[in-house]
Design a protein around this ligand. Structure first.
Ligand SMILES: CC(C)(COP(=O)(O)OP(=O)(O)OC[C@H]1O[C@@H](n2cnc3c(N)ncnc32)[C@H](O)[C@@H]1OP(=O)(O)O)[C@@H](O)C(=O)NCCC(=O)NCCS
Length: 149
């Protein structure tokens, strides 16, 4: 287990989020991209995972509707993978959402993000549907997990 330290941070850390994002996803994005996507969002959540004080991964999410919290992005730098860092981020996000009264967690994942598909199943998510993503001309698998009952 990575035993990462998970910090809840504010939007002042968006340059770090953009830097981590750009090491994991393509194309690269800057802080302004994230700032724009968070505009008007209620309960934006940004988590940073630190391993030996070094940023190793990030989590972003926001409210989708009053009872549903949406996990927007999860990324872990290649050198830190398969050590439980994303699991810690997801569990921290889940506790935060539970503590803020949300009943359901949801996220969407492209088929080519195979590690995330595995991780969703491992963390007890159900496949709740499929939607066509016109931006990428590909299907997105919709995952949900209930936080009640
Ligand atoms: C998906 C991602 C966040 C996983 O991060 P991670 O820190 O390596 O994940 P964890 O170590 O917590 O893995 C937890 C479980 O997920 C599954 N898993 C993770 N990576 C996997 C892989 N490459 N292949 C198969 N299963 C995998 C396993 O069940 C794993 O448990 P195990 O190691 O005990 O078998 C990371 O691979 C990543 O950043 N990928 C690129 C970005 C991405 O696809 N993000 C999701 C789209 S939003």
């Amino acid at each position: 287990m990575a035993n990462a330290k998970i910090d809840v941070v504010g939007q002042a850390e968006l340059p770090l989020v953009a830097d981590l994002y750009s090491q994991v996803f393509k194309p690269a994005r800057d802080a302004a991209h994230f700032r724009r996507r968070f505009l008007g969002r209620y309960n934006p959540l940004i988590l940073i995972a630190l391993v030996d004080e070094k940023p190793a991964g990030f989590f972003t999410g926001f409210e989708l509707k009053p009872d549903v919290f949406f996990t927007w992005l999860v990324g872990v730098l290649p050198d830190f993978r398969r050590a439980g860092v994303a699991s810690q981020l997801i569990e921290a996000g889940q506790s935060w959402a539970q503590g803020h009264g949300y009943e359901t967690l949801r996220f969407e994942c492209h088929n080519h993000h195979r590690a995330m598909l595995h991780m969703a199943i491992k963390h007890g998510y159900d496949i709740a549907g499929l939607r066509w993503d016109p931006d990428h001309a590909a299907n997105l698998v919709i995952f949900e997990k209930s936080l009640v009952g």
